[in-house]
Ligand binder design. Sequence first.
Ligand SMILES: [Fe+2]
Ligand SMILES: [Fe+2]
Length: 271
Amino acid sequence: MRLLFLGDIVGRSGREAVLEGMAEWRRKLALDLVVANAENASHGYGLSPQIARDLLGGGIDVLTLGNHAWDRRDMVSQIEQFPRIVRPINYPAGTPGQGSCLVHLPNGHKALVINVMGRIFMDPLDDPFRTVSEVLQRYRLGVTVQAIILDVHAEATSEKMGMGQFFDGHVSLVVGTHTHVPTSDHRILPHGTAYQTDAGMCGDYNSIIGMDIQAGLGRLLKKIPSERPQPAQGEATVSGLVVETDDATGLAIRVSPLRVGGYLVGCFPGF
Ligand SMILES: [Fe+2]
Ligand SMILES: [Fe+2]
């Protein structure tokens, strides 16, 4: 199976870059599944139902979220209407939505997508290791599902790397989101799980993590609460990871970053 995972889509420039390239990437890379983090898709804060429909209708199969999941209040009441949106699995019991999503692909294969949030420098939530382990008990990689994708939405690199090592061999991919900066440690771990500490963002990198530079600097320099920063509007770099897995085992065979457009040095998988 070939899958593409895209990091946090930020605002209009991020959305437009992703939607513009999607058909071409799906064809050129023969992608079976596309998953994207969309917690910042609606003007940097949350995901509106309409933008969710636009992204899901534009070639993305599953949208994951994170600490900005509920910035758009209309998503709180409508998330149950979206079987292909996944919010962090370790939110308290009774939180709307789902923490994992089983996708039935046209070729008969199945893929499981899980979103979990870290706890270091973030809101206190349930244990991410235990909550993910519990859902994994219901599936067998390479038997009942051909791929499992785990989006670890977390601040600390240590926590994300810990998730990678802990779930190595049990899932196809552990990939980080949230910091909006791609790391260059993409690789296949010893037991066959593809890993990258952070996928980076799909947004304008001539910014401060996708948001307007002046507003961001004002907060950093003066420590005066300002109006909340607006998304930078320059050309976005689409930043993500392409993984090829073995359908018999569900483990990774190849992994490559994908970076297209904008200000980052480009990279397109050669497979
Ligand atoms: Fe984000
Ligand atoms: Fe986040």
